[in-house]
Design a protein around this ligand. Sequence first.
Ligand code: PEP
Length: 250
Amino acid sequence: MENRRPLIAGNWKMHKSILESVEFVNQLLPLVADSLVDIMIAPPFTSLFAVSEIIKDSNVDLGAQNLFWEKNGAFTGEISPLMLLSAGCRYVIIGHSERRQYFGETDETVNKKINAAMEAGLIPIFCIGETESQREEGKTFSVLDKQIKMGLEGLTLKEDRMLVIAYEPVWAIGTGKTALPGQVQEVHLYLRNLLEKTSGKRHAAAIRILYGGSVKPDNISELMALPDVDGALVGGASLNADTFSKIIHF
Ligand code: PEP
């Protein structure tokens, strides 16, 4: 796996109050203190600061689930990259399929968000993936190709670890259907070759490509054994500290 340190990332989506978030991290930290992998949790915006105060001296990093690309201004309801940094974030999830599906995100807006995040020094976890019908119609690779090329357009990577890709087949998110190991490795290798073209050989070898879609304690080890899988983006199973810790200890 080259020198890619695995990253296990939890996307809480719209779950947990501030108190529930604090309770969760207090349970999680002792369970994962011995972990050798990178760990990130992405609570809702309202819990970010409270969580960051608890995890700041730990081996767990903080991420947000979205951002807006402007620095500040009349953009009611939006959150800027610098606000996320000041709340303690190191990562930000960008282009999650739920945002593309329900909130009108496009490859263009995703591109602006990735640029803004990187410029501010946040590490984007750039989500891509095909829908069930696109896979059935044999369009998986062309869909991913477009998402990667448009999402990364105009972007020059300065450091190896400043970008994470998450391959999340839409049909596997929250459905209990995990992509088969052969399907996952085929896509991840395709993405790594594509990244060589967009970002150069050295970066392509160093960028971590996570798999996401119904990851659970009982399927994580088989996924992590695949040569081009460098970690996981976990939704539902990241909401319980014991379950998430089991995934971290794959
Ligand atoms: C996700 O939200 O990114 C995700 C992969 O969800 P789940 O693990 O619940 O399928």
